[in-house]
Design a protein around this ligand. Structure first.
Ligand code: MCA
Ligand code: AMP
Length: 492
């Protein structure tokens, strides 16, 4: 039996999931997952690491689908709910998924792919929550469980493969460090094709028998309305979301502000991560909630690695201390450990992913010879606390908590008939962390930026579409002919 189901079986009648006006207990969740495993297995005894892509509404159906795939022996490939068709096609093709599970609301976007790829398609109806007695395969911890797609220094996103052991390690580390318990009740508003929402919020809460409540989308009013019901006591989000909540709260009448602050002050703790938390946001959130946000550092390839303490000083501008059980060091360009100076964060531990899917070379170059994973993030240690100072690539942009590859956007832009060349950069922004900006070289007088934006939206997820454009005759280059992106940034 997979570990999440084994854990869930200890909390049979407790409420696992809430969404809309519906609640589901742990027994219903386990039964729905096991019944779905049986449907997936048909007459097989084990899916043997077949990739199963799924595009399912966040909530009960989502978790039942994920656990159902795992319990049948498949590798789960969560699809983004907001990506356009070309991005969904890429994920399905790259992961070589052969089965696709979806909620009815996503049928229209997926139907061309189902036909084109001859996928075995399963449209979810009402899930069967009766107990099942069919035998299900034993799944060892070292089997592959999940592929999450993340952008990086290559132009196309890479599939990060984690095993059941990696996931167990990522979850149990956080449960211990942040003292999760079955009395907790959290709200999930984050996308579930990334670690922050899927592991830190949903998987941690369901591992301990807590309640995980879902909102269909991020909306500041709906988030505060949920908080005012006074059940939720744990909240995790990216800095952009805290920024948006603060902006909303500041516009409320004084009496509403007080009511909200009173509800928030009863929370157990609140976490920020996925991107640097600006000091201004940290300070303003203290006024809104009477809480010092716990900032932590993680990566799709690692889960969480460094965290400010649950008990103890949470330092503004620092991501904290290595989490127990995870080995962290700073290293120079020769991959030698350094002290008292800037270095790349390198990580070892059971939490570290297995491989990039079908990319053995990318996998091997991302590790040192002696097995440290090279994060590409540069940090210093001050009094034991890590402070992130930047990245070793200008081509990685973080916007709204999403990691974005400048190279991917450039490659697509260059295929536009009126674009001769381009350079994409991230511009610092308090709300979004960075916003994507593009300098475009065009010899055509027909290039229309609004039309270009619409054209890009058909090919890229909305958060990867540049917000700012600058049309130029030439890009600045160094003596080697390489575009000098710091010069490009100055244009914005
Ligand atoms: C959207 N907009 C943007 C961006 N995204 N503008 C600038 N930059 C952006 N990145 C604009 C839209 O075009 C739209 O404008 C308006 O904002 C609202 O768009 P919408 O998509 O509705 O935005 P939203 O729903 O308000 O979304 C903001 C969000 C979302 C909730 C912050 O970006 C989000 O869920 N981010 C979390 C991502 C995440 O979970 N990352 C974790 C991965 P207009 O109306 O003019 O069109 S990292 C991870 O997992 C690691 C392990 C870790 O450490 O956690
Ligand atoms: P992703 O690849 O989407 O998982 O994003 C991981 C990256 O997010 C890390 O490599 C960091 O660059 C960044 N990140 C995550 N948490 C923080 C944080 N608290 N402060 C600064 N950067 C962060």
């Amino acid at each position: 039996m997979i570990e999440p189901i084994r854990q869930a079986k200890q909390h049979k009648d407790s409420v696992a999931i809430r969404g809309g006006n519906l609640s589901y207990c742990y027994s219903e969740l386990v039964n729905a997952a096991e019944n779905l495993s049986n449907v997936l297995l048909v007459s097989n005894t084990d899916l043997a690491e077949i990739r199963v892509a799924f595009m399912v509404t966040p909530g009960f159906d989502y978790v039942a689908t994920l656990w159902g795939i795992w319990q049948a022996g498949g590798i789960a490939v969560p699809l983004s709910l907001t990506h356009p068709l070309p991005s969904l096609r890429y994920t399905i093709e790259d992961s070589e998924s052969t089965i696709l599970i979806f909620s009815p609301e996503f049928e229209s976007i997926l139907s061309p792919l189902i036909k084109e790829k001859s996928l075995l398609a399963l449209k979810l109806g009402v899930l069967n929550t009766e107990p099942s007695s069919h035998p299900l395969p034993a799944i060892s911890l070292d089997r592959r469980a999940l592929i999450l797609y993340t952008s990086g220094t290559t132009n196309l996103p890479k599939g990060v493969v984690t095993t059941h052991r990696n996931i167990k390690s990522q979850i149990t580390t956080l449960i211990n460090a942040w003292k999760w318990s079955n009395h907790d009740h959290t709200l999930c508003i984050l996308p579930l094709h990334h670690v922050h929402g899927l592991i830190n919020v949903v998987s941690c809460s369901l591992w301990v028998g807590a309640t995980c409540e879902f909102l269909s989308e991020f909306d500041a009013k709906k988030v505060f309305d949920s908080f005012l019901k006074q059940c939720i006591n744990v909240f995790m989000a990216v800095p952009t979301i805290y920024f948006k909540l603060i902006t909303y709260w500041e516009r409320l009448p004084k009496s509403e502000q007080e009511k909200t602050t009173n509800a928030l002050s009863h929370f157990r703790f609140m976490v920020s991560g996925s991107a640097a938390l600006p000091a201004t946001v940290m300070e303003k959130w203290k006024v809104v909630s009477h809480h010092t946000l716990l900032e932590r550092y993680g990566m799709t390839e690692l889960g969480m690695a460094i965290s400010n303490p649950y008990e103890g000083e949470r330092k503004t501008g620092f991501v904290g201390l290595p989490l127990p059980g995870i080995c962290i060091r700073l290293a120079n360009e020769m991959n030698e450990e350094v002290h008292d100076e800037l270095g790349e964060i390198q990580v070892k531990g059971d939490n570290v992913f297995l491989e990039y899917w079908n990319k053995p070379e990318a996998t091997s170059t991302s590790f040192t010879r002696d097995g440290w994973f090279k994060t590409g993030d540069i940090a210093v240690i001050e009094q034991g606390y890590y402070r992130i100072m930047g990245r070793n690539s200008v081509d990685i942009i973080k916007s709204g908590g999403y990691k974005i590859s400048a190279l991917e956007i450039e490659e697509i832009l260059r295929t536009h008939p009126h674009v001769n060349d381009c350079a994409v950069v991230g511009i610092e922004n308090e709300e979004w962390g960075e916003i994507v900006a593009a300098a475009v070289v065009s010899s055509s007088d027909q290039l229309d930026v609004d039309l270009l934006r619409i054209w890009l939206k058909e090919q890229l997820p909305p958060y990867r579409v540049p917000r700012k454009f600058h049309i130029v005759n030439e890009l600045p280059r160094n003596a080697m002919g390489k575009v000098t992106k710091n010069e490009v940034k100055k244009w914005f």
